[in-house]
Every structure is written in structure tokens, then in C-alpha cells.
Write a protein of this length. Structure first.
Lengths: 537, 315
């Protein structure tokens, strides 16, 4: 027991007297990987920050943190600075913001080396180059003088990893290192982390909300909820037995398939898109002359039938959001046609109210897509202005109530402000806003990506139910393949502005034809099958 | 980078052209004919006409615009209607007071604001922070002419360290000249320093909440090291913006302070010229100030690019 590299014993943390962690105990052996799983607010990140002694202001900590024979909870800040970065490295969730935008990558990696080792400046840069090479950023392609904004998300995460492992720490803490990345990039980063652990006797704590990710990498698992450790043990045992009810609930939610109605009859196309082209002007290279154009959507054609749920998958930058915007009339198109109910939409011109009535949208971020100063009743009735016959105030009131109820909220919620709701509730309100004028099509742009698995399962159920009762068609845009598989009839796979594969969802997932689809599916982390198989699957 | 430079330069030129048009047209619409104003109410009509011809006021507007702009470019700003001396000379004399005064005040303000802002931000919520914030609140609230009079009362009348007003002239030596600019510079710098401190502090606090600051700490940097090495440069963009604006303001906006200290600066010149319908002086001084503002903006733009590499590529 005492041989563990890291041991937390009865750790309690509170911030301004609000308890955040309650009696957390866990241990990590040298060279092993511990997965910490939990939904938002479970305290998994706070556990990591406690180990780093980087808790926010106003936190108080009790209990023991032993690391490599040291009592971390009681050593002073100066000594802690010699441990951070040297013995414990940390990788964060957001690679886009985790690097200093005004320093080049060489400086940032070398800084860590120079800080802990008595080496010359030149030597620290030489070593930085070696570390960057090790994490897959060869100097020939990625010189030290590159700035973070010149790198992609995955490349930036490699730089952050390089900083964390530059001094070959004994422990690497990775807090949601792949959450913000595309599936294929996620796979590469996970492979890199695994490889770094395998090559040395470095231990790793992998914090994530994604069971599938952790199951691929971790030796042991700790499951947290509301600041407590609920379940822990070797990865295999945890997934095989699903002993704790919460573990089981998480597992079920992660592989949740909502019940969907009978297959719809494809009578007439609701939306028909023909050879759609969308272009952006690129940043100017020469001062005079035309600007080069970037073709975000290149000759895309597809149909959506009434009541049908169509998935659109692809990695960031593939053009899926541009396509959605063009469909909604929010961005101009440079070629092709969009038909709704057989009527051609005027590209780039404000859509008529009649068209607007037919299509609504739900965005990814339920936090920032609402005006925080309006009450829910006003927020969800905003689309009503496109109706020709404005409802009376009494009808309006009834409409608010019935719509809120149809998304599982209550009529009383209409008087509240958006900050009073949780993420899942906000996304329900966003759906209510889309639903209130009874559109024929709702575009869901990564609408469940920001939600915790259990909340996501509920929202997916709601969407499936609404599709049945309201004959709604969905265009479900997501990078999350398992979600798309669970809720769509057909799927379109998009790459570099083109649709490379299309077909019935099951068909595409079971027997993908295009090499890119195969690559995507192979990269998507898989939940291990549990012998304590879940009822109803 | 070259692209950025060319673009900024073209914007600079375009701004100057538009500004010259606006200045010229505005002056044209303002009522009051300089010739009749100079000759007084009882002047004969043919005398006024003769003077108008002499001043070139009888030519077409387009012709006058081009001869004015042409003069500006070649350094010939024309002759003052009132004083009958070359405008260029008048401006040069005043410039040698206003420019050093503005630089002096800005230097003071920056030298106060940087440490104060960093200090307050690094001890957020502490006594130092509260004190600094309280003082800046006071600094913004106090009218600078009143503060100027307090300075005169204390340092000129009571302690007699400085003279109460007037300018010693650069002929009297650098230190004598700077000495007569010291009290005005302090009076000008106080509100500017207060504003700049607050901007510096809030900008730093914003940056300190960024993810990369956490990365810096996870590397093993102490709070202080992280602040100096990572936060400061990132916090500079809003601060540079304010410094740019302040310099432009100090150059021309010192009019009240110039009056309090009897300094013959640009602010007073423009004020007097407007009062006496000396339009050619007004036009030239305003154009000069526009040039100064545009140049400062240009310099600030270059500083942005120096601070933030993201601005160097493209755009």
C-alpha cells in the first residue's frame, strides 16, 4: 500500500465552505494508468488540481496526499514549484488555449527545461527540440519558432504534452486531454500517451467523462460523482461486473439507444440540396488582385424526407457547419440549389417567413446561445414572429406551457432566467424554442456534444419522442459517431467539403465502404462489452 | 508582416486625405469671413474685397483646397490672418512646448501605471489592491485643472520649488525648460495614470484567468514568474490602445492646463485662433493634430504586431 507512487487518503476540499471533494481516497502505482471517470461537477478536475496544489483561491484542503515519499499537502509553495513540471506533468483539456499565444512553441517547452535543470539556454532549446520530436512534431516540419496559432488542435495538444513530459516526470496527469479533439486526432493523442507510459515507468492519471476512452487506456478506474469516489477497481472488473448502480447507469447512458418509431415512408423530399457550393475568401496574400477562395462545401447533394433523421458526420473543418448555415439561409452560397417542399430558396437572400417557419436550429452550446437577460418565456417565443397570425397573449401563454411540457420542463419555468438551469435543461429549452412554431425540420448542430452522458441519453430520448409525435425531420450534425448511430436513419459522411459516403446508418456503420469512413470508425473509442449485459439493449 | 505594414500605411494615407477634406469643409461652413473680421465692422466693401483677394479667399473652393494641401505637404502653412506671420513658425514654437509636455506626461503616467497595475493585479483583493484602486478612483474623479491649482499652491507658492507658470524656454537650458513643464505634466498625468492603472490591472486579471497561465504554473513557475513571463505581454494590447489614445489627447487636450500654467502651447494657439477667426491657423493646427493622431495609431498598430504574433500573419 505504501509503495504506491501517489496516494490520496480521505481528501476533503471545499471552496468558500462549499464542499467539493468528500473523503476521496485513491492510489496510483508507478508505471500504471488510473482512469478517473465522472460527469461535470463530480470533482475529477479538482482532484487533479489538489495533487498539483493549484486549487483556486479560497479553497481549503484536508486529508493526505503522498507522492513519491513526500507529503504534498503540507510542503511549502517553493518546494512545490520544484515538483510541478519536474516530477508531475499536467495536460489540460483545451489545447487551443493552453499555450501562451505570444510565445513560440520552442520557448514554451524550453522554459520548462531551463526552469528545473541547470542547463544553458541553447541546451534547453536542443532538448526541447528532442521532446517535440518524441511527441510527433519533427523539427523539419515544426520548427521551434512556430507559434501556437500556426498549429492545429491536435498539434497544440502535442506541444502541451511535450511540456508535461519534457523532464520525464514520474506522474502525468491528463485532464480530458482529448475531449476537444476530433475522433482521429483523439485516437492519435491517446496512442501517444499510451506509448509515453509504456516507454518509461511514468504513471498516468487520465481524467475523462468518456468511458470508452478510459477503457482503452487505463489499468484501474475510479468512478466519481458529486465529489465522492463511488466505485473503483481494475478496468476489466469494473466493466465486467458493473457492480455499482451508478457505474451501470453511466455505462447504459454511454451506449444508450433511444427508442424510435416505425420507419417513415419516403414520399416527398422535404429538403433537397443539389450540387451545393459554399466558398469563403481566404486571407489576402497579395495586396492587389482577387483573394483566393476556400471551398468549404464542394458539390454536395442530398435529400431529407419528412420525418426522417439524417446524420452528418465529419471532422472539424470538413464543412458540415457551413453546410448547415447555408441550408438555414444564414450564409450565402456560391452554386447549386436548395429546395424546401419543392420550392427553390433564394441563396443568400433573407429567407421568407414561410420558409423560416419550416426550419429551426439547436446549437452546441446551451450556455451562450441564449440572451441571459430575458426570461425563458420570452426566449422560447422568439420564433413566433415568423407566424402570419400572431397568437393572442392567452394563446401564447398556453403555447409556452405546452411546449415546455413537451420537452419535459414545466410551465412555471417560463418566468425564470436561463442561468437558473443546468446544461441539460438549457438544451431542452433550446429544443423548446425550436419546437414552438412546429417546424418540419430541426438542424441539430452538435446539440448533445456538450452534455454529460446521462443527460445526453435523456435529451436523445426526448428528440426521438418528439420526432414520433410531431413528425419532425432532423439533420443531426455531430462528430460523435455513436450518438449519430443511435438516432439517425441515414448518415452522410463528409470530408473536405464533399460527401464521401452515404447510406442507411446501420449499413454504413457495419460495412463502411469509403476508406475515410473506415478510418473514422476505427478511431472511435469502443465501450468494452460487459458480461453483466445491460437489459434492454 | 510586409503586407501588414503596407496595409497600415495605405490606411494612414487615406485617413489623412479624408481628414483634410473634413477639416477644410468644416472651416468653410463655419460662418464669419476672415477678411471682414480682420478689418472690423466699419470696413469699406472694396477694402474687404481687396483683402480677400490678397488672402486668396476669392478663388474657388477646389483651388483653395489644393493650394492649402500643397502648402501643407511642402511645409508652407500660409500666413496667419491675424498676426501676419508664417503659420509654420507659430506652430513650431508651440510644438516645442506641447510635444515635450505630452511626452513628459505620458512617460509619467506610464511609469506610475505599470507598476501600480501589476502590483494591484498580483495582489488582487488585498489591501494593496484596494488602496491602489481607491487612489485611481480619486485620480479619475479629480478635475485636473483643480489638481493643477493645488500643485501650484503647494509647490510654487508654499514651497517655491517651481514657478507658478510660464515657460522658461529651451534657450534657458534643458533642465530649466523641463522644470517649468514638471507641474503641468504631473497635473496632466494624474488622471491618465489612474485610467491606465485600472486598464493594466483588469487586463492582467483577465489574462491571469486564461488556461495558459495554468499551464505555466503546472510547469513549475511561481505565481510571480508566471505573471512576468506569460501574463504581462498578453495583457499589453488593451494597454497600448489606451496609451495611444492618451498621447493624442495630451497633445491637443492640454488646453486647460496650458491656461492654468500660462504655457503658450498648441491648445492655446488653436483656442485663440478660433476666437479671432484665424482660419488658416486653425486648419493647419487641426491637420497637424490629425497627423499626430494618425501616426500614433500607426505606431500602436505596429506595437500590436510586435506584441502579438497572431496579428503578424495575414490580415
Amino acid at each position: 500500500m505504501n509503495d504506491s507512487l501517489l496516494q490520496l487518503q480521505d481528501l476533503n476540499v471545499s471552496i468558500h465552505d462549499t464542499p467539493i471533494l468528500l473523503d476521496v481516497s485513491l492510489q496510483v502505482d508507478a508505471g500504471s494508468v488510473l482512469g478517473i471517470i465522472g460527469e461535470s461537477g463530480s470533482g475529477k478536475s479538482m482532484t487533479a488540481l489538489s495533487i498539483m496544489q493549484l486549487l483556486p483561491h479560497g479553497s481549503s484542503l484536508s486529508g493526505q496526499i503522498r507522492f513519491d515519499g513526500l507529503q504534498i499537502d503540507s510542503i511549502d509553495e517553493e518546494q512545490m514549484c520544484t515538483i510541478r513540471g519536474n516530477d508531475i506533468g499536467m495536460v489540460f483539456q483545451e489545447p487551443m488555449t493552453a499555450l501562451n499565444p505570444v510565445q513560440n512553441i520552442g520557448t514554451q517547452v524550453a522554459e520548462c527545461i531551463a526552469l528545473h535543470k541547470a542547463v544553458s539556454r541553447a541546451e534547453s532549446f536542443k532538448q526541447a527540440a528532442q521532446v517535440l520530436e518524441k511527441v510527433g512534431l519533427p523539427n523539419a516540419q515544426f520548427p521551434l519558432t512556430r507559434y501556437p496559432h500556426e498549429l492545429s488542435g491536435g498539434q497544440r495538444q502535442r506541444v502541451v504534452i511535450a511540456i508535461a513530459v519534457a523532464l520525464e516526470p514520474k506522474l502525468l496527469i491528463a485532464d480530458e486531454p482529448t475531449t476537444a479533439l476530433d475522433v482521429t486526432t483523439q485516437e492519435e493523442i491517446l496512442q501517444l500517451l499510451k506509448q509515453l507510459v509504456d516507454e518509461s515507468d511514468m504513471a498516468m492519471i487520465l481524467i475523462t467523462h468518456d468511458l470508452a476512452v478510459v477503457s482503452e487506456v487505463a489499468d484501474n478506474i475510479v468512478i466519481m460523482r458529486a465529489g465522492k469516489v463511488l466505485d473503483s477497481g481494475p478496468t476489466k472488473t469494473i466493466f465486467n461486473e458493473l457492480k455499482h448502480p451508478y457505474t451501470r447507469a453511466l455505462y447504459e447512458a454511454s451506449s444508450h439507444t433511444p427508442e424510435r418509431g416505425a420507419e417513415i415512408k419516403k414520399t416527398s423530399a422535404l429538403v433537397e440540396i443539389n450540387s451545393l457550393i459554399c466558398e469563403y475568401p481566404k486571407a489576402r496574400k497579395t495586396f492587389f488582385g482577387p483573394r483566393e477562395k476556400f471551398r468549404a462545401v464542394n458539390d454536395v447533394s442530398f435529400k431529407i424526407y419528412a420525418g426522417e433523421s439524417v446524420g452528418l458526420v465529419g471532422e472539424s473543418g470538413c464543412g458540415k457547419s457551413t453546410l448547415a448555415k447555408a441550408l438555414l439561409g444564414l450564409s450565402p452560397i456560391q452554386g447549386g440549389q436548395i429546395h424546401l417542399h419543392g420550392e427553390q430558396l433564394q441563396a443568400g437572400v433573407a429567407l421568407s417567413r414561410r420558409v423560416r417557419r419550416e426550419m429551426q436550429v439547436v446549437f452546441q452550446d446551451p450556455y451562450s446561445s441564449f440572451n441571459p437577460r430575458h426570461r425563458v418565456g420570452r426566449l422560447i417565443t422568439e420564433p413566433l414572429h415568423v407566424l402570419d397570425n400572431q397568437p393572442s397573449s392567452k394563446e401564447r401563454q398556453q403555447l409556452i406551457e405546452s411546449t415546455l411540457e413537451s420537452v419535459g420542463m414545466s410551465g412555471e419555468d417560463a418566468d425564470k432566467y436561463i442561468h437558473e438551469f443546468s446544461g441539460g435543461q438549457r438544451q431542452r429549452i433550446a429544443i423548446a424554442r425550436a419546437l414552438i412554431i412546429r417546424p418540419a425540420l430541426i438542424v441539430l448542430d452538435e446539440a448533445v456534444s456538450a452534455l454529460d452522458v446521462s443527460v445526453r441519453a435523456q435529451v436523445l430520448d426526448l428528440l426521438a419522442e418528439l420526432a414520433n409525435t410531431h413528425e419532425l425531420a432532423y439533420l443531426f450534425i455531430s462528430h460523435d459517431l455513436s450518438v449519430v448511430r443511435s438516432i439517425t436513419d441515414r448518415v452522410l459522411v463528409m470530408k473536405d467539403g464533399q460527401i464521401v459516403e452515404r447510406g442507411d446508418t446501420e449499413q454504413v456503420f457495419v460495412a463502411p465502404e469509403h476508406s475515410y469512413t473506415k478510418k473514422l470508425l476505427a478511431a472511435a473509442p469502443q465501450l468494452p462489452t460487459s458480461s453483466a449485459q445491460v437489459i434492454g439493449r | 508582416m510586409l503586407h501588414y505594414l503596407i496595409k497600415r500605411t495605405l490606411i494612414l494615407l487615406a485617413t489623412l486625405i479624408v481628414a483634410s477634406l473634413v477639416v477644410f469643409i468644416t472651416i468653410e461652413v463655419v460662418p464669419g469671413d476672415p477678411a471682414s473680421y480682420m478689418l472690423g465692422l466699419n470696413a469699406q466693401e472694396d477694402t474687404v474685397a481687396a483683402l480677400r483677394a490678397e488672402l486668396g479667399l476669392d478663388k474657388s473652393r477646389v483651388a483653395r483646397y489644393f493650394s492649402w494641401v500643397g502648402g501643407l505637404v511642402t511645409g508652407d502653412f500660409g500666413t496667419s490672418y491675424t498676426y501676419r506671420t508664417p503659420v509654420a513658425d507659430m506652430i513650431r514654437d508651440r510644438m516645442w512646448i506641447s510635444l515635450p509636455l505630452a511626452v513628459f506626461a505620458l512617460l509619467l503616467s506610464t511609469l506610475i501605471a505599470f507598476p501600480a497595475g501589476v502590483f494591484a493585479a498580483s495582489r488582487r483583493g488585498g489591501i494593496t489592491d484596494t488602496t491602489v484602486m481607491g487612489l485611481t478612483q480619486l485620480g479619475v474623479a479629480i478635475p485636473n485643472f483643480w489638481f493643477a491649482m493645488l500643485l501650484v499652491l503647494l509647490f510654487a507658492i508654499k514651497l517655491t520649488w517651481f514657478s507658478a507658470g510660464g515657460f522658461a524656454g529651451w534657450d534657458a537650458g534643458f533642465f530649466a525648460a523641463m522644470k517649468s513643464l514638471t507641474l503641468p505634466a504631473i497635473a496632466l498625468a494624474l488622471p491618465q495614470a489612474s485610467i491606465l492603472t485600472r486598464v493594466m490591472r483588469s487586463s492582467l486579471l483577465d489574462v491571469m484567468n486564461e488556461d495558459f497561465m495554468r499551464t505555466a504554473r503546472a510547469k513549475g513557475l511561481s505565481r510571480r514568474q508566471a505573471l512576468w513571463k506569460h501574463a504581462l505581454r498578453n495583457a499589453m494590447v488593451p494597454v497600448l490602445t489606451i496609451i495611444g489614445l492618451q498621447f493624442s489627447f495630451l497633445l491637443a487636450g492640454a488646453i486647460i492646463i496650458e491656461n492654468v500654467f500660462f504655457l503658450p502651447g498648441l491648445g492655446r494657439l488653436i483656442f485663440q485662433s478660433i476666437a479671432s477667426r484665424d482660419l488658416i491657423v486653425v486648419e493647419s493646427v487641426v491637420m497637424l493634430l490629425v497627423l499626430a493622431v494618425v501616426l500614433v495609431t500607426f505606431a500602436v498598430d505596429l506595437a500590436y504586431a510586435w506584441v502579438d504574433p497572431r496579428l503578424r500573419s495575414s490580415r
